[in-house]
Design a protein around this ligand. Structure first.
Ligand SMILES: [Zn+2]
Ligand SMILES: [Zn+2]
Length: 347
């Protein structure tokens, strides 16, 4: 057979929503569609969730970010090109990329199989351009396959908000029937309540004000506690004390106030990210052998578990969608705390 030189057609440029300096605004720019290197794939992005942690990129709060940078670590799309040496993954396959954007496979933690804590862990939108663009390059270590019945806009928020709440709860040690409180009914909390319900816990949702009460119950809460009108820790103690309190709202003060709501061996799981200190006395922790634990999302294998469990159980994010061109508006909406509940960019 005669060899024929196949000239790849020049690809049209793509749209990118980028931040060009710390504290800068979103800019919609055109760039050449990138080519995946060895061990990487190119993902045609279909949807990307807007996460509170995107502020790290927007405001330059994470050390070492190189600008311009496209944020986005809740990416759902389709593999549209494979780099050299990529097997297993196929063109046309639906994949997601979450907070865990790659690991080095060589550091002490990786050698122990603890990829989540890789010393050189990569984060999409921070270490490299994330999902706020029409095409992104991702290393194969970052990929999770998306089950057929989940839509892209539904899968995207599950890759950070979803995996974080699902993974934190499933490793918490709480057993079916235990009292599990979810503090905050927002992007994380509305998923946390659903997962906690599907895991068979007695779910107490804690919000400020009465307005989220009926929604929290629709999502699967057995009890709604209004922390503005009542002392939430006391309310939890009336129910026997929480085995787990998952703190999703980024308020260290609100978290501190809940510690006395923990029962014996109770655990405060911190996933709402802030820079303020949580206040607790040694006596509060010693009494009842209570613990406070932080939790970072999970590996792409955990993402797949999250997506499959969501498919199986019917857990779905509630979303508001914005086109990529309105990334700035979408980000403001997320930051306002008024979104119901997760903002998702569509391409
Ligand atoms: Zn996130
Ligand atoms: Zn490593």
């Amino acid at each position: 057979m005669a060899t024929m030189r196949v000239v790849a057609p020049r690809l049209a440029p793509m749209k990118v929503a980028q931040i060009s300096k710390p504290g800068g605004n979103f800019e919609i720019v055109e760039r050449e569609i990138p080519t995946p290197g060895p061990g990487q794939v190119r993902v045609k992005v279909q949807a990307c969730g807007v996460c509170h942690s995107d502020a790290l990129t927007k405001e330059g709060a994470w050390p070492g970010i190189q600008y311009p940078r496209a944020p986005g670590h809740e990416v759902a799309g389709t593999i549209d090109e494979l780099g050299a040496g990529v097997s297993v993954w196929k063109k046309g396959q639906r994949v997601g990329v979450g907070w865990h954007g790659g690991h080095d496979n060589t550091c002490r933690e990786c050698r122990r199989g603890d990829f989540r804590h890789c010393q050189n862990v990569q984060i999409p939108g921070i270490s490299y351009d994330g999902g706020y663009q029409q095409y992104m390059i991702a290393p194969v270590e970052a990929l999770a396959s998306i089950p057929e019945t989940l839509k892209d806009v539904e899968a995207a928020p599950l890759l950070c908000a979803g995996i974080t709440t699902y993974n934190a709860l499933r490793h918490s040690g709480a057993l079916p029937g235990d009292l599990v409180a979810v503090q905050g009914i927002g992007g994380l909390g509305h998923l946390g309540i659903q997962f906690a319900n599907k895991f068979g816990y007695k779910v107490a949702a804690i919000g400020r004000g009465s307005e989220n009460s009926s929604l929290a119950k629709q999502l699967g809460a057995n009890v709604y506690i209004d922390s503005k009108a009542t002392n939430a820790a006391q309310e939890l103690q009336k129910l026997g004390g929480a085995r787990v309190i998952m703190a999703t709202a980024p308020s260290s003060k609100a978290m501190s106030e809940l510690i006395d709501g923990l029962g014996p061996n109770g655990e405060l799981i911190v996933i709402g990210a802030t820079f303020d200190p949580i206040e607790v006395t040694p006596i509060q922790l010693i009494t009842g052998s209570r613990t406070i634990q932080g939790w970072v999302a999970g590996t792409p294998a955990d993402s797949e578990d999250t997506l499959r469990f969501a498919e199986l159980s019917g857990v779905r994010p509630m979303i508001e969608t914005y086109p990529l061109e309105k990334a700035g508006e979408a980000y403001e909406r997320m930051m306002s705390g008024k979104a119901q509940f997760r903002v998702v960019l569509t391409m």
